[in-house]
Design a protein around this ligand. Sequence first.
Ligand SMILES: Cc1ncc(COP(=O)(O)O)c(C=O)c1O
Length: 460
Amino acid sequence: MLTNLAVRDIETLVHPYTNLATHREVGPLILERGKGVFVYDVSGKDYIEGMAGLWCTSLGYSNQELAEVAYEQLKKLPFTHLFSGRSHDPAIELAEKLKEIAPVPISKVFYGASGSDANDTQVKLVWYMNNALGRPKKKKIISRLKGYHGVTVASASLTGLPANHTDFDLPLPGILHTSCPHHYRFAQPGESELDFSARLAAELDEMIQREGPDTVAAFIAEPVMGAGGAVTPPEGYFEAINAVLAKYDVLFIADEVITGFGRTGEMFGTTTYKMKADTLSCAKALTSAYFPLSAVLINEQVYEVLVDQSKKIGTFGHGNTYAGHPVGCAVAVKTLEIYQRDRIIEHVRKVEPKFLQRLTKLAEHPLIGEARGVGLIGGIEFVKDKASKAQFEAKKGVALKSTSFAQEEGLILRALGGDRVAFCPPLVITEAEIDELFDRYERALAKTLDWVKAEGLLAG
Ligand SMILES: Cc1ncc(COP(=O)(O)O)c(C=O)c1O
């Protein structure tokens, strides 16, 4: 029986990333408030937010300091922009902090309001820079199958997932996708992680040679693939990729939108996986998601090209109204201060063994073929048969079913393509809360197994 609020939702909203036909039947889960790692629906039921919202509420819910800093900034200067050389203190202070903590040498910061627009900026900068450098053919960008970089026209093109391309007339020409580095699913039988990594790097090398190195401008990758399945890279992967990119003068864009600010147990995933990135995209945990804000971090070389170009053509013609919003920047400065003061990274490293132990133990369950993670992010994959890694028919939605059982048990998780489920709780989660999270999911898994059996899905 749908509540009045649920009916009003159905009457009025188009939900992003939702099966719109199913939504009309089942209605929304309406959340009302949150505290720590818990959120509460309108009936008062509690849920552990096992996905930190959308991989973003790193400091959990109802953080008073963040709320207060936003309120103070709203009272003092609720808006000013950065166009035409305008500026404000929070934007400057945040850029200084980002330069200080960046994992690679960074010269300047360009703000946006979402991860998608940050990656669109990256694409436009690459094109603009190569025109400025007199190499107008060097424009192609290589991304990865199952990579996720957002939904605006260029960033959806970078994204390597069918749902973001089908019937949207994407990807744009000149955006290519190389193989997905998911060892469990795509390695050949008996192939070690190192050999798999070397094979993928050789494939990238061949792709660049085939396209022509003078036409390939950049490569973009998430340190840990998020929406593509919460997949950690195989051993030696980024070291092998670094070498290929350096060989052909291909710019390396690290999409740190999920991994930035502690998620992997380092401040940036770039450090965890030794990525030789030239530029970075950040968002989400930059403000612990208390305000929409993104940042593109560029090196001196890219910046100098932009300045030279301005000398020739005048205005750098890119930017949006809310880029570097003073409230967002003030919240981000406070968020970074809290990460440092409360030693968030040390905390992540302290609870990581518990998280990984409970996560990897899920692979003992008869339906789970793989369970793997790093820091406080991980993914599991449902299989019909562990030995052959055979999967259930995608339309049966086994992973999705497990997340709806999890919801019954008071746990929010996200089912992803490939029959996978992602785990990405707020970074402030305690060991006891990690146990509670996995206890709830184990109960959901037991219900999933009963359901799979009752539906006869194991047969054949
Ligand atoms: C790695 C990565 N890049 C980019 C994006 C896009 O960010 P947004 O949804 O803020 O546009 C996301 C969103 O989940 C992401 O995970």
